[in-house]
Design a protein around this ligand. Structure first.
Ligand SMILES: [Zn+2]
Ligand SMILES: [Zn+2]
Length: 155
């Protein structure tokens, strides 16, 4: 019997989710999907320069799983660069640690711990708030996952 797959931890929702070569219409481009965990792998290993060990810890997966993940991610990005594709960041079995909230009224963006709940914008007081984690279907699930993750491992 296969063990249920644990959700991986992704620090926060991405700020940009679609990338394309300049001057080519979107509809003529083939789409490559980079899952949120693959995207996070690039951030940890390549942007922040973490070792596979550190990055694996951060995402709550084994080092060998991370090493396979990062190879897949880099391959997709190389394909994007050299074959001119539409790259879309989406999906994956993940939960977030932190959320990004955007105020629909004043446009103010702010980051909050996924465990905290806020109802009004700190800039203008509006309650018209958009959850970026919500764009990926995440919310309460991440809070619960983060809390149970934290009881097993110190962060
Ligand atoms: Zn506001
Ligand atoms: Zn979640």
């Amino acid at each position: 019997m296969a063990r249920p797959k644990n959700n991986r931890i992704v620090y926060e929702p991405p700020s940009y989710t679609e990338f394309k070569p300049v001057g080519v219409p979107v509809k003529s481009l083939e789409e490559i999907q980079l899952s949120l965990d693959e995207f996070e792998g690039i951030r940890l290993a390549d942007l922040l320069g973490m070792s596979h060990e550190e990055a694996a810890n951060e995402m709550g997966i084994s080092r060998s799983t991370f090493s396979r993940l990062i190879v897949k991610s880099r391959k997709k990005i190389a394909n994007f660069f050299f074959y001119g594709k539409l790259l879309v960041v989406t999906g994956g079995n993940i939960h977030f640690r932190q959320n990004i909230i955007k105020c629909a009224d004043c446009g103010h963006m702010f980051k909050i711990d996924i465990r905290t709940k806020i109802t009004t914008c700190s800039e203008c007081g509006s309650s018209n708030l958009l959850s970026m984690a919500g764009n990926f279907g995440h919310g309460e699930c991440c809070r619960v996952a983060y809390l149970s993750y934290n009881t097993k491992e110190k962060i």
